[in-house]
Design a protein around this ligand. Structure first.
Ligand SMILES: Cc1cc2nc3c(=O)[nH]c(=O)nc-3n(C[C@H](O)[C@H](O)[C@H](O)COP(=O)(O)OP(=O)(O)OC[C@H]3O[C@@H](n4cnc5c(N)ncnc54)[C@H](O)[C@@H]3O)c2cc1C
Length: 464
């Protein structure tokens, strides 16, 4: 057998499983079709973490509860940005109101979730600072939600797994999985592998191996995301539950900007989504928007399908808005299932610590000077908006599982995510990446294969 375990898909779920399995004497590989891990996590540097209050399904509640309980410790040990924030969830006052707040509150009491408070319109006026304009009767406050940098978390899992021997096969697409006598044969666009155990985290695709008739009731709404610049400031997480499941989420990220999601059943234009947002945040206008993009809001039930575990196959089924919080539970559960089925021992030399990450923007002047004296490249500012230095860009490329694309550098360092969105620094970053990887600048990719940024050199300039 080539491997004990093959993990298919290098999203946050695949990486967290790789991290858990790397603690054991197992030969593990992860296969990811893209050139980097953690591709699907939000581009906007902060994902919400939940406490299970808002979710209907009891198993998924427990997944969130577990992740929420452990998020502070794991992010601290990985040096990943995370902060707990107060969240205020309003239900708009509309005809046919579903009494969601009441249901959420009753559910939270039944589940024993602490730190929850129900308030009325009256309490809010007297108690809380609010910048939102919502007609509501009841709201709920939770002290347990937070924001985490999702790709830092995915990359931290990946880096530690890599340092502890997990093999990452990036840029290989799985095209077939076949059951063979003592395990599985997995075919990719580049190779064929045999393994004892397959963990499939690729959403939807089970390559005809699972026996699942999709139980998930997909309620995938459309989502318009806006990155609002520092002219508008918000301290807490605000959620407005509107008519027809049309919800709005507003929360701060780690750069002092604000993230807003407008979720609607039908696809709507950016203009219409912005109008809906403006209705709730009367203080903003178009000049405040730095970036916007469109995606889907997934609300599937997440299931660990272990019906074929005795044969060596587990499938993670579904896509959900809360999976970043749930990933720790999923990874722990799968680790237990794997070690029950493949005899293995905890590694004595498992190395838990992640290599130091220096974030110039978060350092004191004293710390900055010390770092520059050790490596002068930390004294050269490349991204002026987000204060990212050349030293950080180079480190993001040289680290274990380092960035090989511009998007990988953006995710790891925050460069090109500021007010100018890379118009000032991207060309410098392309040159650094080309230099570090010994490539020509025309070979440098934005993200996936074929996404070259510079098409050709204007050689004629020399002759003019
Ligand atoms: C804008 C936005 C905001 C979000 N906000 C939040 C939030 O606030 N809180 C939260 O918890 N979640 C949030 N999410 C959702 C969360 O980030 C995603 O659900 C999560 O990243 C999914 O992780 P995953 O590992 O399950 O799946 P994926 O990340 O989709 O991982 C699957 C991987 O498999 C790879 N793959 C697919 N096919 C193949 C193949 N044939 N061969 C090899 N590899 C393959 C894919 O490239 C992918 O990397 C948000 C998502 C977006 C886009």
């Amino acid at each position: 057998m080539d491997y004990d375990v093959l993990i298919l898909g290098g999203g946050i779920v695949g990486c967290s499983i790789a991290y858990e399995l790397s603690k054991y004497s197992l030969n593990v590989s992860i296969i990811e079709k893209e050139l980097d891990i953690g591709n699907d996590v939000s581009e906007l540097n902060a994902s919400l973490t939940f406490d299970g209050m808002e979710i209907n399904n009891d198993l998924n509640y427990y997944m969130e509860y577990y992740g929420n309980k452990n998020m502070k410790d794991i992010t601290k040990s990985f040096n990943v940005p995370f902060k707990k924030l107060k969240s205020i969830i309003f239900e708009e006052d509309f005809i046919g109101n579903n009494n969601l707040i009441e249901k959420m509150y009753t559910r939270s009491i039944r589940r024993g979730i602490k730190g929850i408070q129900k308030i009325s319109n009256h309490n809010l006026k007297f108690g809380l600072q609010a910048k939102v304009n919502v007609e509501f009767n009841k709201a709920i406050i939770s002290k347990n939600w937070g924001v985490v940098s999702p790709y830092d978390l995915a990359i931290a899992y990946g880096e530690i797994a890599f340092d502890n021997g997990v093999n990452f096969r990036l840029g290989e697409k799985v095209i077939e999985i076949k059951k063979v006598s003592k395990g599985f044969k997995v075919t990719t666009t580049k190779n064929k592998f045999t393994c004892k155990f397959v963990i499939n985290t690729i959403p939807d695709d089970d390559y005809k191996l699972g026996n699942k008739v999709k139980e998930n009731i997909s309620k995938n709404n459309n989502m318009k995301c806006f990155l609002i610049n520092k002219k508008f400031k918000i301290k807490d997480i605000f959620v407005v539950l509107g008519e027809n499941d049309e919800d709005i989420f507003i929360y701060p990220n780690f750069n002092g900007d604000t993230i807003a999601y407008v979720i609607t059943k039908d696809e709507i234009s950016y203009e219409d989504a912005f109008e809906k947002l403006k209705d709730k945040l009367p203080g903003i206008n178009c000049d405040y928007i730095n970036n916007s993009y469109s995606t889907q809001f997934f609300n599937d039930r997440i299931m660990i399908d272990d019906s074929k575990v005795s044969k060596g196959y587990i499938k993670i089924d579904g896509k959900n808005y809360g999976i970043v919080t749930m990933s720790q539970f999923i990874a722990n559960t799968i680790r237990k299932m794997v070690i029950e089925n493949i005899p293995s021992k905890p590694k004595k030399d498992f190395y838990e610590k992640r290599r130091e990450v220096y974030r110039f923007r978060d350092m004191t002047n004293e710390e900055r000077n010390r770092l520059i004296s050790l490596n002068p490249k930390y004294g050269k500012m490349v991204c002026l908006c987000n204060k990212v230095t050349e030293g950080e860009i180079i480190d993001s490329i040289r680290r274990p599982l380092g960035a090989r694309t511009i998007d990988g550098i953006r995710k790891r360092t925050g460069a090109m995510n500021g007010d100018c969105y890379g118009s000032y620094c991207m060309s410098k970053i392309i040159s650094i990446l080309a230099n570090e990887t010994n490539k020509d600048i025309t070979e440098i990719l934005e993200k996936s294969a074929g996404s070259n940024i510079i098409m050709s050199r204007i050689k004629q300039f020399k002759e003019i």
